[in-house]
Ligand binder design. Structure first.
Ligand SMILES: CC(C)(COP(=O)(O)OP(=O)(O)OC[C@H]1O[C@@H](n2cnc3c(N)ncnc32)[C@H](O)[C@@H]1OP(=O)(O)O)[C@@H](O)C(=O)NCCC(=O)NCCS
Length: 137
């Protein structure tokens, strides 16, 4: 299910994440979910999984990530999910990296109180992506 969401081309382009083979993807997520410092939640709509939220440590900082399956975009799920998740993930500061072109995600972060900390360039499979590093203090 997560692999299906991530292999959707529009979603992957928006999020600016590398595409992975199913095996790499499973390994990547097995590593994430076996880490006790990770907090992850599935978003359900009428009993069906439609997205996820995750918080994890990288480079000694805590980061937030989220994904909504494409057929459920634009219904407020990311905004509502992030707001609820930040009540259970109370570590601050918490960071988020967002591609500059990902306007929906920028808005989700803005509504949750994140502010832009710095701008950078992130290389994804040979493509240079402008990204914003955001923080909720
Ligand atoms: C980005 C993503 C999480 C947004 O999820 P969503 O559930 O559709 O978002 P919401 O419906 O909660 O709303 C997003 C906000 O962005 C706004 N928005 C949506 N598309 C927009 C666009 N192209 N330009 C500007 N604002 C936009 C919406 O109007 C809404 O703001 P509002 O509440 O002020 O009206 C979803 O597209 C996704 O999962 N994408 C692939 C993975 C990804 O990008 N993850 C985030 C990585 S940082």
């Amino acid at each position: 299910m997560l692999y299906e969401w991530h292999s959707d081309q529009s979603s992957a382009r928006l999020a600016a994440v590398p595409t992975r083979t199913p095996e790499d993807f499973d390994r990547h997520w097995a590593d994430i979910l076996s880490n006790p410092e990770v907090l992850a939640r599935i978003i359900q709509l009428d009993g069906a999984a439609v997205g996820y939220l995750v918080s994890f440590i990288r480079d000694r900082r805590r980061w937030l990530g989220y994904w909504i399956s494409r057929e459920h975009w634009g219904c407020g799920l990311a905004s509502a999910g992030v707001a609820l998740f930040l009540n259970i993930e109370t570590a601050r500061p918490i960071h988020a990296a967002v591609a500059k072109h990902n306007r929906a995600s920028r808005r989700v972060l803005e509504k949750a109180g994140f502010r832009v900390m710095e701008e950078g360039i992130h290389e994804v499979q040979g493509e240079r992506i402008e990204e914003l590093l955001c923080v909720l203090a």
